[in-house]
Design a protein around this ligand. Structure first.
Ligand code: UTP
Length: 289
């Protein structure tokens, strides 16, 4: 029986250059999608998958992110005094239980692999999840819960993937798969941002991972890869020689909120789906066309 996934790493130390100038002073993970920050969607998704401890890897200028998950005493008092109990309950409902969150500083944004490695002592010797919060995944069964379910079946390492058009594959990490068909398939390889026309499939690594702790030994070498960054992909490829990896094609829709158009799409799509805002959002959007 596979060990339970209790902890998740949420790397949030990237510079967010694709969403500048907004991300200059506000962490991109705090940019709003409809009425809540991107990070709030990631934490809700992790909770729904049974995660009990959230390990944020943060960087310079990201303190507001930590504050988001703490009491705002004056605001709470104001809302209470004005009888805005529903809003108050919503704010309080997002707060973690004491001790449930850890914040680790990645002192230089050297790459995703380096960010994950920074969490090694808090994760310890157990399998764990990685969530890239800027990939907002809208799904009836939350994406990480789908990954945990797959992990419970096959164990080892599970990578959530999704198809993109062939012309887009050079922008992403791409997986290579064995001959089987179906949504959960053994992986045979992985390549970060392959040159055009060389991708082994059209399935991209979409920002949710379940990894075994042995990944930390490989990340420790601090070797740089594509773009001069310490890539998580490179260590996963090395671990693949020793451990099983499966790719899970999840059911849902991904919005890359680290990208201007992706962020816009997420705002429009999720506003349209909201029972309290959908009709007004539709009217406002149609009026612009
Ligand atoms: P991205 O590829 O989106 O990089 O990182 P970025 O630096 O945040 O954004 P751009 O490309 O400059 O616009 C994927 C995830 O890994 C985290 C990011 O915060 C994001 O959640 N990351 C990346 C780190 O935590 N540290 C790093 O050194 C790099």
């Amino acid at each position: 029986m596979s060990k339970t996934i209790r902890k998740a790493v949420l790397p949030v130390a990237g510079l967010g250059t694709r969403v500048l100038p907004g991300a200059k002073t506000v962490a991109k993970e705090l940019l709003n999608v409809v009425d809540r920050p991107i990070i709030s969607y990631a934490v809700a998704e992790a909770r729904a998958a049974g995660i009990e401890h959230f390990v944020f890897v943060t960087g310079r200028g990201k303190q507001a992110l930590e504050d988001y998950f703490d009491h705002h005493v004056e605001m709470e008092a104001q809302l209470k005094a004005k009888g805005k109990t529903e809003l108050l309950e919503e704010l309080l409902g997002e707060l973690p239980r004491p001790g449930e969150m850890s914040f680790i500083r990645q002192m230089q944004p050297l790459g995703l692999g380096h960010a994950v490695w920074c969490a090694r002592d808090v994760i310890g010797d157990e399998p764990f999840a990685v969530i890239l919060p800027d990939m907002v995944m809208d799904a009836s069964v939350p994406a990480l819960a789908q990954a945990v379910e797959a992990y419970d079946q096959v164990g080892g390492n599970v990578i959530v993937v999704e198809p993109v058009p062939e012309s887009e594959t050079h922008k992403y990490g791409i997986v290579a798969l064995g001959g089987e068909s179906g949504r959960l398939r053994p992986m045979t390889g992985m390549v970060e941002k392959p040159a055009k026309g060389t991708a082994p499939s059209n399935l991209i690594v979409s920002g949710r991972y379940i990894l075994q702790p042995e990944i930390f030994d490989l990340l420790a070498s601090q070797e740089t890869g594509a773009g001069g960054e310490i890539q998580l992909t490179d260590s996963m490829v090395k671990l693949m020689a020793r451990q099983d990896f499966h790719a899970l094609e999840y059911e849902g829709t991904t919005y890359d909120c680290g990208d201007k158009i992706g962020l816009l799409r997420a705002n429009v799509a999720l506003a349209l789906k909201r029972p309290d805002l959908g009709a007004a959002a539709r009217e406002a959007i149609l009026a612009l066309l």
